[in-house]
Design a binder for this molecule. Sequence first.
Ligand code: NAD
Ligand code: LMR
Length: 325
Amino acid sequence: MPAPLRVAVTGAAGNIGYALLWRLASGDCFGPDQPIELQLLEIPPGMERLLGVVMELQDSAFPLVHRITATSDPAEAFQDADAVFLVGSRPRSKDMDRADLVAANGPIFTGQGRAINDHAKRTVKVITVGNPCNTNCLIANANSPDLGDECFSAMTRLDENRAVGQLAVKAGVPPAQIADVFIWGNHADTMYPDLQRATVNHKPAAEIFDSDWLRGEFHKTVATRGKAIIVARGASSAASAASAAVDHMRDWWHGTQGRIVSMAIPSKGWYGVPEGLIFSFPVRVSAQGQIEVVEDLVLDDYARTQIQKNVDALLEERAAVADLL
Ligand code: NAD
Ligand code: LMR
């Protein structure tokens, strides 16, 4: 058996944490033969709940879980971490946009960025889930000057999965028959789900779905799904968010074998997106875990307008947190 990986999860006593930890522990993310050590971070008021979560993890007797640390000290949580899930932060309520959370949650990511910089492995893979996740990732990256940009990402996989879910229902096929759907931009209602390379059962999606539906109801449903769930459930998505985080990290860890997926990563200027913005691009991941942006896509005017909307929104969010960068 390989040596255990150290996997840090922040906000581990929260709703997403409660769904995520069991998926990590059962081997869904890093593989059925890969032991892990869980390093769980909470703020002091969450520690008692976290200890309850740890009791339940112990009671689940997962063969792959070799050690569990529960702490409110970021240095201890990120010590030698191979993978980090930045979940801990406040969710929005139904009258808020995700961007409204910048002021509440942004400051969390300065200290955690510094602690990752000082304590995690130099090859660490960080996924930012806490909202607004693109800009929180920007803050964490800016506060980790000794780590490369390639260590940081934010999650738009939930948006991609939502898009696949909608297409599967519309086409009456299982989600596994749908491939290469991807999301551009911000995890916000400006996001753009793009189907130009998508297929359903190996047939181009454009031959199957009506373009008015794609640009209208489909796009709106995917972009506003987070709010719809908050209204219906009275709480923000948790199990589906945890599942998407597992999908994102699993694909980063093991590669996508040629499939296109969505990851928000620091832009190197691809498709005119300003350098450094954390922007969701269509990517493939090599077997060695290297993220490669798909660079040969043709963008029509509609796509360019959608992408620009996201650039504008993210520039605005960046300006709002300038003092944290
Ligand atoms: P939650 O309130 O149930 O749990 C959050 C946990 O984080 C709490 O236990 C809290 O004590 C802890 N926490 C707060 N500040 C912390 C800090 N500085 N360090 C460590 N822990 C801290 O919320 P949740 O439902 O688990 O959602 C967490 C975040 O994920 C929210 O910001 C939510 O909006 C976001 N989210 C993102 C996506 C996405 O697709 N990117 C999807 C769903 C939810
Ligand atoms: C989601 O998309 O479900 C989350 O980002 C929660 C939210 O605020 O919408």
